[in-house]
Design a protein around this ligand. Structure first.
Ligand SMILES: Nc1ncnc2c1ncn2[C@@H]1O[C@H](COP(=O)(O)OP(=O)(O)O)[C@@H](O)[C@H]1O
Ligand SMILES: Cc1ncc(COP(=O)(O)OP(=O)(O)O)c(N)n1
Length: 268
């Protein structure tokens, strides 16, 4: 019988389809990993911003986790928006039961500037969840918060990757350069080596959900048995194609195209 790669996302929703659970599941599907999801918060949002947030009750988050963990093997998983400490505690309790690579997208603020996590929960995320990770994928503001250090240069980005691993116990750290100028360069430190992944900066405002899509692609590639370096390389390719072929939908930051790599394969 063919072995199926399976990937789980634990995150909030985006009814406009560009970020959150919706972006994760679309990405898992494109990479051909069987996608599963546990919803932490239902978010009314679109390309212009966040209008409302409704948190799923803690018992229901726990029951969703139990439903998946007790029934289907999970070969890799990611977390995205986890809004408060109580939710983090529930998830931290369950993580040891999932014996698979864990990718944390430490979601804090949406592109629109709306906060997606309570301020006091940020420390808890770093102290209690980060040590479980195989990889954490902060953008620049998230890396600044997690390390407590300002990031103004690529040297600062490299240093942040090392601090996240050596001081705070992440398995590996990928600091993303979407918020810098010039080439879109991300740095990965895996505990022994530092790698960089670069692409040309694409001139677009359609970047809603790029972080979710990138971390979901990495998770899916890990679920298929790629090593960390290969999974990040493939994930970077996936997100770059998705941004290059993004959709001008909505009146704010449009979504990326999650099926862009499919078009590439057809062209080859
Ligand atoms: N305009 C762009 N052109 C090309 N790549 C980009 C662009 N903006 C972001 N990226 C890439 O998209 C990925 C997500 O990065 P980033 O925007 O920093 O994260 P987030 O969405 O979490 O804020 C990274 O690989 C980054 O280098
Ligand atoms: C439910 C939810 N989770 C995460 C985000 C942030 O997603 P990200 O990929 O960082 O994209 P932008 O918000 O920067 O567009 C979100 N918006 N909603």
């Amino acid at each position: 019988m063919e072995k199926v790669a399976t990937a789980l996302t634990i995150a909030g929703t985006d009814p406009s389809g560009g970020a959150g659970i919706q972006a994760d599941l679309k990405t898992f599907q494109e990479v051909q990993s069987y996608g599963m999801s546990v919803i932490t918060s239902v978010v009314a949002q679109n390309t212009t911003g966040v209008q409302a947030i409704h948190h799923v009750p803690l018992e229901m988050i726990e029951q969703q986790l139990d439903a998946v963990i007790s029934d289907i093997p999970i070969l890799a998983f990611k977390t995205g928006m986890i809004a408060n400490i109580d939710m983090m505690k529930v998830i931290a309790e369950k993580i040891p039961q999932i014996r698979a690579p864990y990718v944390m997208d430490p979601v804090m603020v949406a592109t629109s500037g709306d906060a997606l996590i309570e301020a006091k929960a940020r420390d808890f995320l770093r102290e209690r969840l980060l040590p479980f990770t195989s990889l954490v994928t902060p953008n620049i503001p998230e890396a600044e918060f997690l390390t407590g250090e300002k990031i103004d240069s690529t040297d600062d980005m490299k240093r942040a990757t090392v601090v996240l691993v050596e001081r705070f116990g992440a398995g590996a750290a990928l600091v993303k350069g979407g918020h810098m100028e010039g080439e879109a360069t991300d740095f990965l430190y895996d505990g022994s080596s530092l790698h960089s992944f670069s692409s040309e900066r694409i001139d677009t405002k359609n970047t809603h959900g790029t972080g979710c899509t990138y971390s979901a692609a990495i998770t899916a590639y890990l679920s298929q048995g790629l090593n960390l370096y290969e999974a990040v390389k493939a994930g970077k390719h996936f997100v770059t194609a998705a941004i290059a072929d993004s959709f001008t939908l909505g009146s704010g930051h449009g979504p990326t195209n999650h099926w862009a790599i499919r078009k590439e394969k057809v062209k080859q």
